[in-house]
Write a protein that binds this ligand. Structure first.
Ligand code: NAD
Length: 453
């Protein structure tokens, strides 16, 4: 017995009925999302603390406010985004009306991960609902407390004939993916991304893949080590390092490394105290499996900061590794934890070659007092996003598209980009029914006179 058939049929029927198309309906769903956030703030904070030991500050900043901002922006701009977009015309279509209509795809599937389990569910959901789709949301089964709130509370705030949350891990998701969707939006691991893309290909379903990878962080000799250390340590340790856009490793000269390591130590102590395990501001690793994986990575290179771990608490200390080789496992896989390897390069050119030898990252960071250096890194590399002289601040701008390139993903969202992602851009030409005389010139039999036009 397929557990999804009834739900999917209900949503399909709702979409075909046309009820999700009017702006009023879409706005009502967005307002429902907003009320869900406002009325359940404490419940959500508790769930995020249970799942990831997320502090109230991090929960507010990176899960609740960021989702609320997306909702507010969509509500403010909904009618403008929905408007037909007039386009320029050629000689043969001068008397016609030509425009792009943004129409909903239909039934959309959103698959979300555990690291920002609220924001990475609601962010795409805002775009999908604003664009007038029916939506199935499948949150991560690993962030269990947030999954429970999304499954039990969120649907009460939305029209349940058009929206459903389904639960499950890889096996259930595999069965869900046997069904045809009109669009799939996936956030997660690149390996799982391949499974999703293969399943989507069977139905020729268009997809967005928001994936991960190793985000390089180049630190030039010409910069203030303490400023760089504050920023790198903060963004590396945010959410205990479990952020797809976190700086994954540092590339710098041995001279800069000698100045950076004490500065990183000072930043980490200031942020989390002498015993980071007792700090309320440092998150925990999501699961035993990821804890074991991360502890394994601590044995590569030489630990110069941190290195402690406690399995009973899923705690990994903010850690810096030096003498790391390019071939070490810690330099092969996305770290996704509070561990920062430093790899030495002799020049900017060598750093750029190092970055370009690897898969295109989701984000790339360059620190330098020289804007020429930052601009050269930007010009000679490729990545989903880029930020000069800071961590992942670029993603806080809804005016910038957020997404990967190459193995870090395809497609993008945030702000209007989300609305466009979840809309089919339909090419429309409306021609007046008359004026046939003008158009007879294109019909056969063709004569030299036709060709002169
Ligand atoms: P994941 O790929 O394991 O899981 C994501 C979703 O896919 C979950 O809902 C999960 O249930 C489902 N899933 C897992 N295995 C599956 C399978 N075999 N078949 C079908 N569905 C399956 O990812 P995760 O561990 O939850 O998240 C971490 C990864 O996500 C990291 O690689 C990180 O970089 C990436 N990420 C990317 C972004 C982004 O915006 N680009 C944001 C957050 C996380």
């Amino acid at each position: 017995m397929d557990p999804f058939v009834d739900t999917l049929q209900r949503l399909r029927e709702a979409f075909v009925s046309g009820r999700t198309r009017p702006a009023e309906f879409r706005a009502a769903q967005l307002k429902g999302l907003s009320r869900f956030l406002q009325e359940n703030k404490q419940l959500l904070q508790e769930a995020l603390a249970q799942d990831l030991h997320k502090s109230a500050f991090e929960a507010e900043l990176s899960e609740i406010s960021i989702s609320q901002n997306e909702i507010n922006l969509a509500l403010r701009n909904l009618r403008a985004w929905m408007k037909d977009e007039k386009v320029s015309k050629n000689l043969a279509t001068q008397l016609d009306s030509a425009f792009i209509r943004k129409e909903p795809f239909g039934l959309v599937l959103i698959l979300s991960p555990w690291n920002y389990p609220l924001n990475l569910s609601l962010g795409p959901l805002v775009g999908a609902l604003a664009a007038g789709n029916c939506v199935v949301l499948k949150p991560s089964e690993i962030s269990k407390s947030t999954e429970k709130v999304l499954a039990e509370v969120l649907p009460r705030y939305l029209d349940q004939s058009c929206f459903a949350v389904v639960l499950g891990g890889p096996q259930e998701t595999g069965r869900l993916l046997e069904h045809k969707f009109d669009y799939i939006f996936f956030t997660g691991n690149p390996q799982v991304g391949k499974i999703i893309m293969t399943a989507a290909a069977k139905h020729l379903t268009p997809i967005t893949l928001e994936l991960g990878g190793k985000n390089p962080c180049y630190v030039d000799d010409n910069c203030d080590p303490q400023t760089v250390a504050n920023r790198v340590a903060f963004f590396r340790c945010f959410n205990a390092g479990q952020t797809c856009v976190a700086p994954d490793y540092v590339l710098c000269s041995p001279e800069m490394q000698a100045r950076l390591v004490p500065a990183l130590q000072s930043a980490i102590t200031r942020f989390y105290g002498d015993d980071p395990q007792s700090s309320p501001n440092l998150g925990r690793i999501i699961s035993q499996k990821h804890f074991q994986r991360l502890r394994g990575l601590l044995s590569f290179g030489r630990v110069v900061i941190g290195g402690q771990s406690d399995e009973s608490d899923l705690y990994i200390a903010p850690t810096v590794l030096v003498d790391v080789q390019e071939t070490d496992p810690v330099m092969q896989e996305e770290i996704f934890g509070p561990i920062l390897p430093i790899v030495n390069v002799r020049s900017l050119g060598q750093a750029i070659d190092f970055i370009n030898r690897r898969e295109k990252p989701l984000a790339l960071y360059a620190f330098s007092n020289s804007s020429q250096v930052v601009k050269r890194v930007l010009a000679q590399t490729s990545s989903g996003g880029f930020c000069g002289n800071d961590g992942f601040m670029h993603l806080t701008l809804a005016s910038l598209p957020f997404g990967g390139v190459g193995s870090s993903g395809m497609g993008n969202y945030h702000g209007k980009f989300s609305f466009d992602t979840f809309s089919h851009h339909r090419a429309c030409l409306l021609r007046p029914p008359g004026l046939e005389k003008i158009y007879t010139i294109r019909y056969p039999p063709h004569t030299p006179r036709n060709l002169r036009v």
